[in-house]
Ligand binder design. Structure first.
Ligand SMILES: [Zn+2]
Length: 161
């Protein structure tokens, strides 16, 4: 399973909600995505990044593999912070992105059971980044115009290498 790279137009697609109870291929997809994520290596991957328009995210922040179906941020802290962010669809570059410091996320697990959790720090940043992917939004879309131009220039240089 290949991870799509910017500027693949499929990365701008909006993914559709999934139903874990009836979608027989969903667990297999999560396993394949996890393999691609670990191989990369990365800490999070959205189905959009492998060209599949389903609202499925996998991540592992050293606490084990988690798969989220239809993840939604239901509340977010007003406080934000700016930090460098990377993305498996933009190998080799990072870009400063402003994100909420804490979020509350609701999703379904692969069995269709509701999950709700609060996250801060890297977990909050990763969730905002991956859920953005499901809406066709990339980290560069969230950067300032200045940082976006600089990051995309570096990215093009690396790609043309
Ligand atoms: Zn990404």
């Amino acid at each position: 399973m290949d991870i799509l790279l910017h500027p693949n137009p499929a990365l701008k697609q909006v993914a559709q909600p999934v139903d874990p109870a009836t979608d027989r291929g969903l667990k297999r997809l999560a396993v394949d995505m996890a393999k691609a994520m670990y191989l990369a290596p990365g800490v999070g991957l959205a189905a959009t990044q492998v060209g599949i328009q389903k609202r499925l995210v996998v991540f592992d922040l050293d606490d084990g593999l988690v798969a989220l179906c239809n993840p939604e941020i239901v509340s977010r802290s007003e406080e934000t912070e700016i930090d460098d962010e990377g993305c498996l669809s933009f190998p080799g570059i990072t870009v400063p992105v402003e994100r909420c410091i804490e979020v509350t996320c609701e999703a379904l697990d692969l069995e269709g059971r509701p999950i709700r959790f609060e996250g801060g720090g890297l977990l909050a940043r990763m969730l905002q980044h991956e859920i953005d992917h499901l809406d066709g939004v990339l980290m560069t879309d969230r950067a300032t115009a200045f940082d976006r131009r600089a990051a995309l220039r570096r990215y093009r240089d690396l790609q043309e290498g």
